[in-house]
Design a protein around this ligand. Sequence first.
Ligand code: BG6
Length: 467
Amino acid sequence: MFYRHPKPFPDGFLWGASTSSYQVEGAWNEDGKGMSVQDLHTPPAGITDFKVASDHYHHMEEDVALMAELGLKAYRFSISWSRVMPEGDGAVNEAGLAFYDRLVDALVAHDITPVATMFHFDLPLALHERGGWANRATVDAFERYALVLFERLGDRIKMWLTINEQNVMVIHPNAMNPGRLPEAPELYQQSHNMFVASAKATLMLHEMWPDAKIGPAPNITAIYPQSCDPADVVAADNWESIRCWNYLDVACFGRYNPIAWAYMEEKGCTPVFEEGDAELLAAAKPDYLGVNYYATATVAAPKNDGTDRAARAGDQQVMLGEEGVYRSGANDHLTATEYGWIIDPIGMRTTLRRVASRYGLPILITENGLGARDTLEADGRVHDPYRIDYLRRHFEQAQLAISDGVNLIGYCPWSFMDLVSTHQGYGKRYGFVYIDRDEEDIRSMARIRKDSFAWYKHVIETNGAEL
Ligand code: BG6
């Protein structure tokens, strides 16, 4: 649809930015924090681990002051479960909880809406060693963790996200399961237990804080068929249902997506429901949807000849394609980042339209951004016109999605500051704020505003009228 006058971004639009605890905090073993699965991460030579990260734990006040200078209306961060409960269950670590107390106070003092993710890839190691999310006891532990968070922070945090990218943890489980890669039946049981945990937290929050809002934060993207060959169209539908809709269908409709369920039956990986699960899933209703959007995917019908599964271009650690379901296709209309991630701003509009049409809920973009090898120039500046261009083109499409009728309430680019990428270290930077460190040398840790910082500040000041 073409609009002569696209609708403006609405008043109160939550211009924000995102991070996650293990990727920015550092202080991996300080003040009583327990270990998480990410602390076991052993990166390849030349790539940093998560022990120091961006040292946000020790720079929190300075970082929040920079958020205020940028003019952020919202900050989406995650809470480290093992900082709050070192064993994942049982004793609460007061020092860890106090860190989030101070962070939330600082945000509120600057009129920045805190948007807290309860679990972002960093399962407490003690729970992992007892079977992780496949063990139903982890659901009970999450419920107790949720109670601690809501009691202590619920008076000030009114926007919660339960679980970050549950679908990615099923599709690319390597980083979340150190020491052992589970087979599909275990992964789908992990996922089911996460659905139940989210539902319990959703019901609990609504009971304790009726004025607060909560939702999931999966990674959602439109999937394109490589051609109009009907077999390619079915393959695209397969993958969109299994990769995306299943996660929002369970959260919003309280039942599994039928195509995804048929896939699980075919592969022998349907999860075991405990008594009451179906009712619980049906009862818990999210108030809004977090959507992490990076790139669309183009897929073709599988060949079923042993070649359907292959590494994603530019990233040998990410395998895509599955016999009988889909294979990765090519899309000549799109370019990619230096890391091989497809750049598709219009695809974001399509994704938002599809999510809005299916679920009719407010949407917060909880992640979207460009990973690049930024350099600190001799003049002490970081020039990142490519990031400005990337975000400008995505913001334009967000505005068109709003014009299409999508109830988009905010946009939190990934990431506020540079941080450690999930598996590609510190060289791959996403932030508006450059952190003076590299993979192996911790240098000064100084916070340096990139060119994109000044640009985004102006976007926020004009509420998106000047991109
Ligand atoms: C999302 C995750 O999948 O993508 C983030 O929620 C992650 O944790 C981001 O950092 C970018 O991915 P990567 O692999 O470049 O860090």
